[in-house]
Design a protein around this ligand. Structure first.
Ligand code: ZN
Length: 495
């Protein structure tokens, strides 16, 4: 077998694996949007058959033989990037013993239901044993992956290739201090911002949601918008779907969820066609993905300029909805609220929620924190950073599904995404002095074209840090994000 034949055979093999995994994604989309509840058991069988097929394909010994026959020096950069990603995945999958992988799948799948029950009952103790089991299994997996290295890094690498916890600690320390300080100063501000009142019909909200997707460059010819309980986007290439939700009293939930998911979706839609149905045909990492959804949602979507456009569109669709002017509307969209829930948090407090989880899960992994003490540790840290106490376990340690399903090492990618977004936004502003003029018209064409060229087209061809470095000219730091947030909210709250 020549190196050339091996490369061609490997790419054909992976082409099928990627296609199958996209089909699995589509089944997941269907399950969350249109599938009847009674079909759930049959759907689980389909998914498990597909996953077994996929696993067999990805760990096929032939993949190892092809990889061994290929000399990366013979390859052009995109081919080499394909091999880099395929090798990494193959190595990860091969290192974890099959029995352990099966046990993790079994325990985390059952844990979801147990978590939901314990959450409904407000009883952490009822879930503690299962969570301890999940943590223990993931530690075993990390040990298999780490090969003597850091356990947390081994899990983090699955979501953010090339990133290490030691680097995260540096990025996060200054951010936490800065945000807690800002939150405290805002608490002393005398500026009073009104709340939105009234009811906003589903049809009218969906009309504006579609306009917002248009405004941010979503390609309807290769996608669609549906309702889901928890909004998400799914798919890659020519089939990228988004979902949103509607609450009559809170149209911003619908609008900003939509913009967020459009950020994920436009990223996928803009990946260069040559990466389609290869392992590079999707985003570079969870952090890079989140940077796109967050820059769409916050830096662009919650800007003074863009909210001016949204204010006019809401007036046109809903008539007078009790908001005095565009400036009050801008303040209201960005208003800080006391809250327990990560997914509902504003730009100032959101990362504090994430950093709390990051520090706790690191301690769980290095053994310095016991699951039995997790609830206390959570509550203590929450009060320190947010300035008030957790009132219930639903609003505390049991609020997210991540740990129950075994996602450890995933949380930091949310804040990393915000840090990347901070860097990209600073560079975008420097390159496009007229950005606000565009945004005030609801026009993101130039901004999205910039992101497309710097980030989107490359898909997974670069490591996350390399991608950001190429885009902004230096290694990422938390400073641009912190200064953007500080300036924005110091202005709104007249600090
Ligand atoms: Zn997201």
């Amino acid at each position: 077998m020549t190196a050339n034949n091996a490369f061609t055979a490997l790419m054909a093999h992976m082409h099928e694996a990627v296609a199958l995994s996209q089909i699995s994604g589509l089944l997941g989309w269907d399950q969350e949007t249109t599938m009847a509840r009674g079909s759930a058991n049959q759907r689980a069988e389909w998914q498990s058959a597909l996953q077994a097929t996929l696993h067999a394909k990805r760990t096929d010994p032939k993949v190892g033989e092809w990889l061994a026959a290929i000399d990366p020096a013979d390859l052009e950069p995109v081919e080499a990037a394909n091999i880099r990603v395929i090798s990494r995945e193959f190595e990860r999958q091969s290192r974890v013993p099959t029995d352990l992988a099966r046990e993790i799948a079994r325990v985390t799948s059952a844990a979801q239901g147990e978590w939901a029950e314990a959450r409904a009952a407000g009883d952490f103790a009822a879930f503690q044993g299962t969570l301890a089991k999940v943590v223990d299994l993931r530690r075993q997996e990390a040990a298999a992956l780490a090969d003597g290295g850091d356990l947390y890094d081994a899990l983090l690498g699955e979501y953010e290739p090339g990133m290490r916890a030691a680097e995260l600690d540096q990025l996060f320390a200054g951010l936490r201090r800065g945000l807690v300080d800002l939150r405290e100063r805002i608490g002393e501000s005398r500026v009073e911002i009104p709340d939105l009142k009234g009811k906003f019909s589903q049809d009218q909200q969906m009309l504006i949601a579609r306009e917002l997707a248009d405004a941010f460059g979503y390609d309807w010819k290769r996608g669609r918008l549906d309702l889901a309980v928890h909004p998400f986007s799914s798919g890659s290439g020519d089939d990228v779907r988004i979902t949103t939700r509607v609450a009559e009293q809170d149209p911003f939930n619908c609008f900003y969820s939509t913009i967020h998911e459009v950020g994920h979706a436009v990223y996928e839609q803009n990946i260069a066609p040559r990466h389609g149905l290869t392992v590079l045909g999707t985003g570079a990492s969870m952090g890079i993905h989140e940077s796109q959804s967050r820059i769409f949602e916050n830096q662009l979507g919650r800007s003074r300029a863009f909210t001016g456009f949204l204010f006019r569109r809401m007036q046109a669709v809903f008539g007078d909805f009790g908001m005095a002017d565009a400036e009050t509307f801008y303040q209201m969209v960005n208003k800080l609220r006391r809250g327990y829930i990560r997914t509902e948090a504003d730009e100032v407090q959101y990362n504090l929620h994430v950093l709390l989880r990051y520090d706790l899960e690191r301690s769980l992994m290095d053994g310095s924190l016991d699951v039995a003490d997790l609830q206390d540790a959570w509550n203590q840290r929450f009060e320190q950073d947010f300035g008030f106490a957790v009132d219930s376990v639903q609003n505390g340690v049991l609020q997210d599904v991540h740990w129950p399903v075994g996602l450890i090492g995933y949380f930091p990618t949310y804040t990393l995404g915000n840090i990347y977004a901070g860097e990209l936004y600073a560079a975008l502003r420097a390159d496009q002095p007229d950005l606000d003029t565009d945004l005030a018209k609801g026009d993101t064409t130039h901004a999205v074209a910039w992101l497309k060229q710097k980030i989107h087209v490359h898909g997974g061809a670069f490591e996350p840090i390399e991608l950001i470095q190429n885009a902004v000219g230096h290694a990422p730091s938390e400073a641009p994000l912190l200064s953007y947030i500080t300036q924005k909210f110091s202005d709104i709250y007249q600090l």
